[in-house]
Design a protein around this ligand. Structure first.
Ligand code: AP5
Length: 232
C-alpha cells in the first residue's frame, strides 16, 4: 500500500499515519520528523532547514529529495509507505511521480484530511509531546491520563514544537494554501484523490479511512482474482 496524506498543519496527518502504520504494518515517512531529526543532529541538511522551518516556510526541494532518497528504496517499494508531509508542492509531486514511474509503481490513494481553519489553530496551539518518548498530546483534546505523566513511558518532561507559535502557524497555513493546496487538483486529475472529514474524532477519522481503503482495494483484488481464474 502506497499512500499520501494531504492536509494543512494540524489536520491530523501524523495522528492518522501512526494509526495506519500500526494497523497495516506499512511504515510512516514523515518529512517533518525527518527534518526535525536532522536539525537536532546539527547535520548539513538540518543547518540549512532549521531557520526555514522556524519561520514556517517550505524547505528547498533539493534538500527534501536528498533526505527522501535515503528512505525511498527497494524496501519502501516492497513494504509500501505512508507519506506524511510529502509532497508539499507541484515540483515535489512530479519528482515523486517520475521516481515511481521509473520503477513501474504507483500511489494507491491520496487522502485529503479536511479540517476548518479555526480547529487547526486550536489543535496546534494545544499540542505538546513527551520529551522522552515523543508520545503526542493535546491540552484539552488528548491530555495524558494522569496529569504531568506520559501515558506511554511515565516521563514527566514535555516539549512543544518551536514552529507551533501563533505567528509561525499563520505562515505555515499560508504556505499550505499557496504551495500545497494546488496538489488537490493535480491528484484529482489522476483520479487518486479521496477526501475524509478530518473534523471527526481521531478514531472515527481512522474508521472512515479504513472503509475508504477497503472500497479502493476491493475492485483491484477482484480484478486480480478473475485474472488468476482466467489463467488457470
Ligand atoms: P510537518 O511536521 O509535516 O508539519 P505540518 O504539515 O505542519 O503538520 P503537523 O505535524 O503540524 O500536523 P498534522 O497534520 O500531522 O497533525 P497532528 O496529527 O500532529 O512539517 C513541519 C515543517 O517541516 C514545515 O512547516 C516545513 O518547514 C518542513 N517540511 C516538512 N515537509 C516538507 C516538504 N515536503 N517540503 C518542504 N518543507 C517541508 O495533529 C495535530 C494536533 O491535533 C494533535 O495535538 C492531535 O492530537 C490533534 N488531533 C489530530 N487529529 C484530531 C482529530 N481528528 N480531532 C481532534 N484533534 C485531533
Amino acid at each position: 500500500m502506497k499512500l499520501i496524506l494531504l492536509g494543512p498543519p494540524g489536520a491530523g496527518k501524523g495522528t492518522q499515519a501512526k494509526l495506519l502504520e500500526a494497523e497495516f504494518g506499512v511504515p510512516q515517512i514523515s518529512t517533518g520528523d525527518l527534518l526535525r531529526q536532522e536539525v537536532a543532529a546539527g547535520s548539513e541538511i538540518g543547518k540549512a532547514a532549521g531557520a526555514v522551518m522556524a519561520a514556517g516556510g517550505l524547505v528547498p526541494d533539493e534538500l527534501l529529495l536528498r533526505l527522501l532518497a535515503r528512505r525511498l528504496g527497494g524496501a519502501a517499494l516492497r513494504l509500501g509507505f505512508i507519506l506524511d508531509g510529502f509532497p508539499r508542492n507541484l515540483s515535489q509531486a512530479r519528482a515523486l511521480d517520475s521516481w515511481l514511474d521509473a520503477r513501474d509503481a504507483q500511489i494507491d490513494a491520496v487522502l485529503e484530511l479536511k479540517v476548518d481553519d479555526a480547529a487547526l489553530v486550536d489543535r496546534i496551539a494545544g499540542r505538546f509531546a513527551c520529551a522522552a518518548c515523543g508520545a503526542g498530546y493535546h491540552e484539552t483534546l488528548k491530555p495524558p491520563r494522569a496529569a504531568g505523566h506520559c501515558d506511554r513511558c511515565a516521563g514527566t518532561r514535555f516539549t512543544r514544537r518551536e514552529d507551533d507559535r501563533a505567528e509561525v502557524v499563520a505562515a505555515r497555513l499560508a504556505a499550505y494554501a499557496a504551495q500545497t493546496a494546488p496538489l488537490l487538483p493535480y491528484y484529482r486529475a489522476q483520479a487518486r484523490l479521496f477526501s475524509v472529514d478530518g473534523m471527526a474524532p481521531p478514531d472515527q477519522v481512522f474508521q472512515d479511512i479504513r472503509m475508504l481503503l477497503d472500497a479502493i482495494r476491493r475492485p483491484r483484488l477482484e480484478r486480480a482474482d478473475s485474472k488468476a481464474r482466467l489463467e488457470v
